[in-house]
Design a protein around this ligand. Structure first.
Ligand SMILES: Cc1ncc(COP(=O)(O)O)c(C=O)c1O
Length: 383
């Protein structure tokens, strides 16, 4: 009898003729299997909603009309988001299935033949990956050695390539730092002269000491991208693009109808009605971030970098180019999953990224890190 697996495995020459060469050469976005691990690789909030709120949310979800399409523009949820984000008057939000979808939608709306987009490297992988999918070329401007924004190089790249869109993550992932605000402002001004839309990605706003939301009204070429993912609602998949109605109306045209399902609309609206709970959790994580950084600073051969996000980038100081990967593997053996960045951009040589979590999980991580370091470092350094 024929098995389904046999069917799937038979080479199908049509795939080659139909699927673009560059897509066939790509790898799907890799997500590590975290089953059984203390999961500190994806900047999730470790705290759940309190039990009474979960019970009340459960009742609301159960009452949803699953036989109906969701509200296409999610007016109630958008009103709530405008409110909690404190958008300037006359501005609105466009919703996406995570900010990942909104990055693709911005590109889809702006992509012209031969067009380009710009972002910093090392930076958030989707800025470049989604550009490739949209057939836009990607201009990566390297950060300086201290992870600061290279304003002059960025302005030069804007003038040389005149990209349709420039994405700036503020704070940046994976480095965790906020760039100098004046440098970002200079880049927005320079981008105006090159007809470039600047999107400031504030995925980590809940943990950051600065934001460009209040600047939206001052710049005709600025949008701000936010997400609920890092504030305790990663499973809901909701990103929102903040900006003037003129920009949003155009990008809305490439949005798939009903892209935000009924569960997400209901759950996020409910959670935002209790945003004091999420704010308190973010406050706890900011305090834990400071404690984690102090603890990392006491470990031998570790340099931890400043962070305005819910993660910390740190370097394993060693002449061995595989030191961080060995520490990462050592942590995995101890059932702790973080992110190994050492195979990416040269500025992240021997660098690892850990999500800030509860005091208990941070303690497990620190203990596992100390013992993984003892395995790889010379005796005198690790003692
Ligand atoms: C800078 C930045 N933007 C966007 C995202 C993705 O957000 P979402 O979960 O809303 O797709 C991430 C996730 O790591 C990120 O680091």
């Amino acid at each position: 009898m024929k098995r389904v697996d046999d069917e799937v495995e038979r080479p199908n020459p049509l795939i080659e003729r139909v699927i673009r060469d560059d897509v066939r050469a790509m790898h799907a976005y890799a997500v590590a299997d975290a089953g059984g691990f203390v999961k500190l690789d994806a900047m999730e909030n470790p705290y759940a909603l309190p039990d009474d709120l979960r019970a009340s949310l459960g009742e609301r979800l159960a009452a949803l009309a699953l036989n109906r399409y969701p509200s296409p523009r999610a007016d109630a949820l958008r009103a709530r988001l405008r409110d909690v984000t404190r958008l300037p008057a006359g501005h609105d939000v466009l919703l996406g299935n995570g900010s990942d979808e909104l990055i693709s939608l911005v590109y889809a709306a702006a992509a012209r033949d031969g067009g380009s987009v710009l972002s910093m490297v090392p930076g958030f992988a989707m800025f470049e990956l989604s550009a490739k999918i949209a057939r836009l070329s990607h201009v990566g401007v390297p950060l300086r050695d201290d992870f600061s924004l290279d304003r002059d190089a960025t302005v030069e790249a804007l003038r040389a390539h005149r990209p349709a869109v420039a994405f700036i993550a503020y704070p940046n992932n994976p480095t965790g730092n906020l760039f100098d605000r004046r440098h970002v402002e200079d880049v927005i001004d320079a981008a105006r002269a090159t007809d470039t839309l600047v999107v400031i990605d504030e995925a980590y706003a809940a943990f950051a000491s600065d934001s460009f939301v209040a600047d939206l009204a001052r710049h005709g070429n600025l949008l701000v991208l936010r997400t609920v993912s890092k504030s305790g609602l990663a499973g809901a998949r909701l990103g929102y693009l903040c900006g003037s109605r003129g920009w949003l109306a155009e990008i809305d045209k490439v949005r798939p109808p009903y892209n935000i399902n009924v569960f997400t609309q209901c759950a996020v609206e409910f959670a935002l009605a209790h945003h004091d709970v999420l704010d308190r959790q973010a406050g706890q994580l900011r305090a834990e971030r400071a404690r984690l950084q102090r603890s990392l600073a006491t470990l031998p051969s570790i340099t931890a970098f400043p962070s305005d996000a819910n993660f910390v980038l740190f370097r394993v100081d060693s002449a061995r180019p595989d030191a961080a990967t060995r520490v990462f593997e050592g942590l995995k053996r101890r059932r702790v999953l973080i992110k190994d960045l050492s195979h990416g951009h040269p500025l992240c040589a021997n660098a690892l990224r850990v999500t800030v979590s509860t005091p208990e999980e941070n303690a497990i991580f620190l203990e596992a890190l100390a013992s993984a370091l003892r395995e790889i470092l010379p005796m005198n350094a690790a003692s």
